[in-house]
Design a protein around this ligand. Structure first.
Ligand code: ATP
Ligand code: MG
Length: 395
């Protein structure tokens, strides 16, 4: 039994649409794992029937929109049958001497009330497992019994899901994905709020450490585990000539980071339509590095002709790392991940006028054109890279 959260707040037609998307996503994820299942959608719940409930629960607990998942015994609404199911379930985990509580709930207020149902089940357990104590405040073991239109449900655990909105309900975003820690978390948070995602990585060639591209692809691959059964596209655009030009034209090194970030937004803005995206997402964070002072973020944002979402803007690094650990993107990526274009002292308040002049000098428009045309396309599916198209997209 899967529960969903915020969808309750929607109007009936929107709710129906969202639940349809949620079901589609669950079907795809279970299908990708080779699991055949049957579904029922009574009010507020999704019931999934299949041969391997624990595996099903594990997969469904990674679907955006799901608040939690329980593996249940399905019974009739008869308390006699429910108490026997409760004992069958509890007997493997509820041991002599333990404290326990029964949480009973009824969808309708007819027949036996919840308290009475709880008492019937509780007494049955109490009689059959020796030495139990009832503790309603802080029990060592909790068992739940629900009577609904469809019958009875008995379960004793809840596997938390990510919450959020179903993947695909909010349209597509283009995520500036790097080899770092922040942008995969930003991408995941956008996915969690219902966005479909295309990753965009700018490959600085020999200006980036030898292992940066592989690490960015690894981030993308790991994110694909969060939309099981759905291919996750990635665009890799060639940005090497930008750094060549900044070096050749002797752009003062302290301006490089801001020009680089503005360049990324320009390239993203140009690729958005092709990718069908409605906004750009970055892992930018206030004050994290010199290029992310409030003044510089303003100068960077000036280059964007499209909406830019920055889910991590107010996060502390520790908060971001905690999420990264939880979602499986915080992993040691050994090798050379340095950026050779970063100066010792980047400007903390780059003047927009100077930045625009330097961009003119390097021929920024042609450099953006070059990056947009020289792209490779990669697809990740269920944690595997399934497709690499190393072609040049002539425009
Ligand atoms: P992250 O912030 O993801 O940990 P980082 O620290 O390497 O990566 P920053 O210099 O903090 O990157 O850049 C801020 C944001 O710019 C990143 O969060 C990401 O959205 C974007 N970005 C940085 N480098 C790249 C790149 N090579 N390709 C695409 N986007 C990038
Ligand atoms: Mg960062």
């Amino acid at each position: 039994m899967a529960r969903y959260g915020e969808l309750f707040l929607k109007s009936e037609p929107v709710k129906r649409h969202f639940i349809g998307m949620l079901l589609r996503n669950i079907r795809k994820a279970l299908g990708a794992a080779g699991l055949e299942c049957r579904f029922e959608t009574p009010r507020g719940r999704i019931l999934i029937y299949g041969d391997n409930p624990d595996r099903i629960a594990g997969i469904v607990s990674r679907i955006f929109g799901i608040v939690d998942v329980s593996t249940c015994l399905r019974t009739s609404p008869d308390p006699e049958e429910m108490k026997r199911a409760a004992l069958a379930l509890a007997s493997s985990r509820l041991k002599t001497g333990m404290s326990f509580a029964v949480r009973a709930k009824r969808q309708h207020k007819t027949g036996m009330d919840s308290q009475e149902l709880g008492r019937v089940i509780g007494s049955w357990l109490y009689e059959h497992i020796p030495g139990l104590t009832v503790d309603l405040d802080d029990p060592a073991y909790e068992i739940f019994a629900e009577v609904r239109d469809i019958g009875g449900l008995v379960y004793d655990g809840r596997l938390p899901g990510p919450g959020g909105l179903p993947w695909g309900t909010q349209g597509r975003v283009l995520v500036l994905l790097s080899a770092g820690i922040d942008s995969p978390v930003a991408s995941w948070l956008a996915m969690k709020r219902g966005c479909e995602v295309t990753s965009l990585y700018l490959d600085a060639g020999r200006w980036a450490g030898a292992d940066v591209t592989a690490a960015a692809i690894e981030n993308h691959r790991r994110l694909s585990l969060w939309c099981a059964g759905t291919p996750l596209p990635m665009v890799i655009a060639d940005s090497e000539p930008l750094y060549d030009a900044m070096s050749r034209q002797k752009v003062p090194p302290r301006y490089r980071c801001v020009i680089c970030k503005r360049f990324m937004l320009r390239v993203a803005g140009r690729l958005m339509e092709h990718e069908g995206a409605l906004a750009v997402v970055t892992g930018e964070n206030l004050g994290q590095v010199a290029s992310q002072t409030l003044a510089n973020l303003g100068v960077v944002a000036d280059a964007a002709s499209v909406p830019v979402l920055r889910p991590l803007i107010t996060f502390d690094k520790e908060e971001t790392i905690a999420i990264a650990r939880g979602i499986g993107t915080f992993v040691a990526k050994p090798g050379d991940l340095a950026c050779r274009a970063v100066p010792k002292m980047p400007a903390t308040a780059a003047g927009l006028k100077e930045v625009l002049e330097h961009e003119q000098t390097v021929g920024i428009v042609d450099l953006v054109d070059h990056a947009v045309i020289n792209c490779r396309f990669i697809t990740a599916l269920d944690g595997r890279i399934v497709d690499q198209i190393p072609h040049v997209r002539g425009e």
